[in-house]
Write a protein that binds this ligand. Structure first.
Ligand SMILES: [Zn+2]
Length: 119
């Protein structure tokens, strides 16, 4: 399991097991946030925060909503706006303790242009 939290601790997540890789995407949002995304089905990830603790940001084709802590502004996860149970989401593992993500492969996705892996 990988646990992460925003800087102030108001938003916390638990990712089951260890992902095969983390994604550093270069799309216009991700490159600014510096996120290291780990993906899973929405129901597999545990989120823990009070209602209203995050700011949701929806842009582009409006398929997902990025969440950032309302208090400390860290980008914590994105929520899939597709309500189907198999829909996937992602948590920002840059918010985990470095020892929890040590050794995980980091992949680079070209979300900016080609929507292909760069490795
Ligand atoms: Zn916070």
């Amino acid at each position: 399991m990988i646990r992460g939290s925003c800087h102030c601790g108001a938003v916390r997540f638990e990712y089951p097991g260890r992902p095969e890789w983390l994604n550093r995407c270069n799309c216009s949002y991700c490159r600014r946030s510096g996120a290291l995304w780990a993906y899973a089905e929405t129901q597999q990830i545990t989120l823990d925060f009070e209602p209203g603790a995050t700011i949701r940001y929806i842009w582009g084709d409006k398929t997902l909503a990025f969440h950032s802590c309302r208090t400390c502004s860290c980008t914590t996860h994105w929520e899939n706006l597709d309500p189907s149970p198999a829909a996937r989401m992602a948590v920002n593992c840059a918010l985990a303790e470095p020892t929890e993500i040590a050794g995980l492969r980091i992949r680079h996705f070209d979300g900016a242009e080609t929507w292909t892996w760069l490795d």
